[in-house]
Design a protein around this ligand. Structure first.
Ligand code: GLC
Length: 484
């Protein structure tokens, strides 16, 4: 019988984590969630994070401590894995380094076979790490395809290892379309056998993400909306029918944001701080942007912003085409982001067509992103799919009203304005077409003209609690329910 108040040991494995390395939203989550779980008052948790010692982290020359090394055996021979540790806000973080983890490569390798090899080895190294530390974990928590093989290995190769008898297995799904296909040769080299689950499609039987989904005691999607969507052909990426056979194990827990970093009342990047009760001061941040980017300095003209990785997922092309459709309305826009060169070019071209109204900045600029969240009136988020989404929560915290596609976590975090201001925080549009985006934006532009209603929507968003604590408590409940 599990002791009720026993401390729970958790290894949280991910490909990236702030403040060490961040490529996308997974880095935000893996950086913040374990710290919040550790601080959770509802149960004593010893949670530790493990990530690869990426080349880009090495360059930072952090004061890591070398703990020792262990071997990873594969058909190609034995490779040594070096273990380093560092603490971040009280959280123990392990950094694993070996030739097999391929530390000279970027965080994500463009070649799926190389990337598959890197993360297949990293996954097995995460399992071996636990033995190296002689630390009995109650919960092995993997994230996305990169660490999914770890829990599959626990369910297969390590099944009879008494060391892991009490280890429950969790996978959080941040992005289904990335499944690790290409890792097959490395998995074979590591002695990982294909799954014999007859509900899996053939291509998935030796593919990391599906293997993790097969092995998991609990599958956590990063929002309730996404937890339902992945059971449908549109979002299930070929695994929806398999996932339906697992539906009782699937739940959704929405992410949070770092409410200290993202706080308009204290944000050091702003020309003037503000809060829900002095929203007037937000105007100075807008005027500053208008001045800096050569836009007409005029509070009456709504300033739109789009801050995003330039990736097909994010639907930026939908917004750019949609903006063209409402070009006769009065608005200005600042677009910030980098990524896919074609999408970047589209955004640059639109700005060239309307140079006094639209600015496109294709760089990674954290300070500017803070200033845009604060200075803009409307935040555009036209995602094709969005497992959770983080920036819409930040924009609401800054009183910047989102116009977003009704999908995944966007539906869970934004309350659509239908004429009733009690709860509404933004505008959702249904279809992934420029015309639908344009209609959603038009509704926001019209509402902007009615100041009392607009301010109420801003305050509703700013009053929402998007802090990590809710999610952390929900994760702790899952951990408790899985104790063996
Ligand atoms: C992925 C998803 C995004 C989510 C993030 C963190 O980047 O695309 O919607 O917010 O993971 O879970």
């Amino acid at each position: 019988m599990p002791e009720k108040n026993k401390r729970i040991n958790v290894l949280f494995a991910a490909a990236e984590a702030e403040p060490f390395i961040k490529v996308g939203g997974l880095g935000d989550v893996a950086g913040a969630l374990p710290i919040s779980i550790q601080k959770s008052a509802t149960h004593a948790i010893d949670i530790r994070l493990v990530i690869p010692f990426h080349a880009a982290i090495k360059e930072k020359q952090l004061p890591t401590e070398f703990l020792g090394s262990f071997a990873i055996n594969s058909a190609a021979g034995t490779s040594e894995c070096l273990v380093y540790a560092i603490t971040n806000e009280g959280l123990t973080v392990y950094l694993l380094d070996s030739e097999a983890i391929n530390h000279k490569s970027p965080v994500y390798h463009a070649n799926p076979v190389e990337d598959g090899r890197k993360y297949a080895f990293f996954s097995i190294a995460c399992v071996e790490l636990v033995k190296f530390l002689d630390w009995k974990v109650d919960i092995f928590h993997s994230n996305d395809w990169h660490t999914a093989v770890a829990i599959y290995a626990l369910a297969t190769n390590y099944k009879d290892d008494p060391f892991f008898h009490n280890t429950a297995k969790i996978i959080s799904v941040h992005n289904m379309p990335f499944n690790g296909y290409g890792a097959q040769p490395a998995l074979t080299e590591l002695g990982i056998a294909p799954s014999n689950d007859s509900n899996l499609p053939e291509w998935a039987k030796l593919t990391p993400l599906p293997l993790g989904l097969v092995a998991a005691d609990k599958i956590i999607a990063v929002s309730e909306g996404y937890a339902k969507e992945i059971l449908t052909p549109e979002f299930g990426c070929g695994l929806d029918e398999f996932l339906i056979t697992r539906s009782e194990r699937i739940i959704g827990i929405v992410n949070g944001i770092d409410t200290q970093i993202w706080d308009p009342a204290t944000d050091p990047y702003l020309v003037q701080n503000y809060s829900r009760n002095n929203l007037g001061a937000k105007a100075n941040n807008k005027a500053e942007l208008q001045k800096t980017y050569g836009l007409e300095i005029n509070q009456e003209i709504p300033l739109l912003t789009l801050i995003s990785r330039m990736d097909n997922q994010k639907g930026i092309d939908i917004a750019l085409r949609g903006l063209n459709r409402v070009i006769n309305e009065d608005w200005q826009a600042i677009i910030l982001g980098t990524g896919n060169p074609q999408i970047e070019k589209m955004a640059i071209d639109l700005a060239k067509m309307y140079p006094d109204r639209i600015k496109t900045i294709t760089k990674f600029d954290p300070a500017l992103s803070h200033q845009l969240y604060a200075g803009a009136d409307i935040f555009l988020m036209p995602s094709r799919y969005e497992p959770c989404g983080i920036s819409q929560m930040i924009s609401m915290r800054y009183g910047t009203i989102p116009v977003a596609r009704a999908t995944g976590g966007l539906v869970d975090t934004i309350t659509h304005y239908r004429g009733n201001t009690d709860e509404a925080t933004g505008f959702l549009f249904k279809h992934k077409y420029p015309s639908a985006f344009a209609n959603g934006l038009l509704r926001a532009l019209n509402t902007y003209k009615n100041k009392p209603i607009w301010i109420k929507l801003q305050q509703n968003g700013m009053d929402k609690d998007f802090s990590w604590q809710h999610s952390a408590n929900a994760y702790v409940e899952v951990y408790k329910s899985l104790l063996k």
